[in-house]
Design a binder for this molecule. Structure first.
Ligand code: GAL
Length: 343
């Protein structure tokens, strides 16, 4: 009798479990698959965006009760490698693909592949040419206005010129002598930051003289070498170093330190990005200013767009400019507001 009761109880429990799962009592959370292709994982600013994405995915999984399958691939600076990575994401049925494209003129191929598979594609940080983005209405770009970073950087130097010209103008000739450390050739940020930083000074009537310029490909080590060479070869003092990003500004500082130049005698060095090591250099006084490139904000917008697109919804028009663009703002970081940016 006891055994029979036991069997009945077991059957009842099984029946209940089946009934519960059939009416969704233990429903599996929905899974969203997102593939992220980076141009180069080693790049300081890009790796910061990737870290924010990973962190936010964990937070969003909790908050939204969904499962997010985030795969990150490193293109190692090679467009063919990145194309294969995107193919793999499409084969694995990703719901959305995010691309930090290696060669910004090569987006058409990726957009066409994504369109053929019906998978929305979000570019970020490295802006594809407009005609390519216009090929498909489900191709987007998340990034910051490159000209604004240049303008803000120029204004940091302009303020210093206005408030302490005698400190900045070491040669005392009334002309601001500068060098330009440029990012990767052809990158929208290199072109615009280079142009608009100097333009901010010229349009305010400051006489400027370019002593030298060269690309250091966003990299600290290369920038250090360029700066070492300029310190050795250029006659007369370098008064300002414009660096298209913080890593290169830090490279210029490395060269000055190695040359035995104390912080108070270094040129006025400015960067862009507001990476943690750059903020630390500002706190030490070697870096004079930077412009925040909002890595967290970009990661947030990318994810927000992924959720909209993965659910099949059209992103609301107020979030998107000209049908394809999500723009973020840059902010100048000075010694006055530095505390707001420090981790
Ligand atoms: C820029 C950033 C650089 C570098 C580059 C890569 O926006 O300022 O540091 O990360 O993107 O595309």
């Amino acid at each position: 009798m006891g055994k029979r009761r036991g069997r009945i109880a077991l059957l009842l429990a099984l029946f209940l479990a089946l009934a519960l799962s059939a009416c969704g009592g233990e429903e599996e959370p929905r899974t969203i698959r997102v593939g992220v292709a980076l141009y180069l994982q080693d790049d300081t600013f890009i790796s910061t965006i990737a870290q924010h994405l990973q962190q936010m995915v964990m937070e969003e999984e909790q908050a939204r009760g969904v499962k997010i399958n985030l795969s990150i691939a490193d293109g190692r600076g090679n467009q063919s490698v990145q194309n294969e990575q995107v193919d793999r994401f499409l084969d694995r049925d990703c719901d959305v693909i995010c691309v930090n494209i290696v060669d910004r003129t090569a987006a058409a191929v990726l957009i066409d592949k994504a369109q053929a598979a019906g998978v929305p594609i979000i570019f970020f940080n490295r802006e594809p040419v407009e005609e390519d983005l216009n090929r498909w209405e489900r191709a987007y770009y998340v990034g910051s206005r490159a000209d604004r970073a240049g303008r803000l950087q120029g204004e940091l130097v302009l303020d210093a010129w206005r408030f302490s010209q005698e400190e900045l103008d070491r040669s005392g000739d009334g002309v601001l002598q500068y060098v330009m450390l440029e990012g990767e050739p052809g990158h929208q940020d290199t072109l615009m930051r280079t142009e608009y930083s100097v333009r901010a000074l010229v349009s305010a009537g400051v006489p400027v003289e370019k002593l030298a310029n060269n690309s250091a490909d966003w990299q600290r080590g290369q920038a250090k070498m360029r700066m070492q060479q300029w310190l050795d070869e250029l006659e007369g003092p370098i008064e300002v170093v414009f660096a298209n990003n913080d890593d290169m500004a830090l490279g210029a500082i490395d060269a000055c330190l190695e040359d035995g130049i104390p912080p108070e005698e270094m040129p006025f060095i400015v960067g862009v990005d507001a990476t943690p090591p750059a903020l630390a250099a500002m706190a030490e006084g070697t870096l004079k200013g930077t412009v925040q490139n909002d890595a967290r904000g970009q990661a947030e917008r990318i994810l927000e767009l992924c959720f909209d697109l993965a659910s099949g919804a059209e992103p609301s028009p107020e979030k998107i400019t000209d049908g394809h663009y999500v723009w973020l703002w840059y902010t100048a970081v000075t010694s006055e507001n530095l505390a707001e940016f420090l981790p």
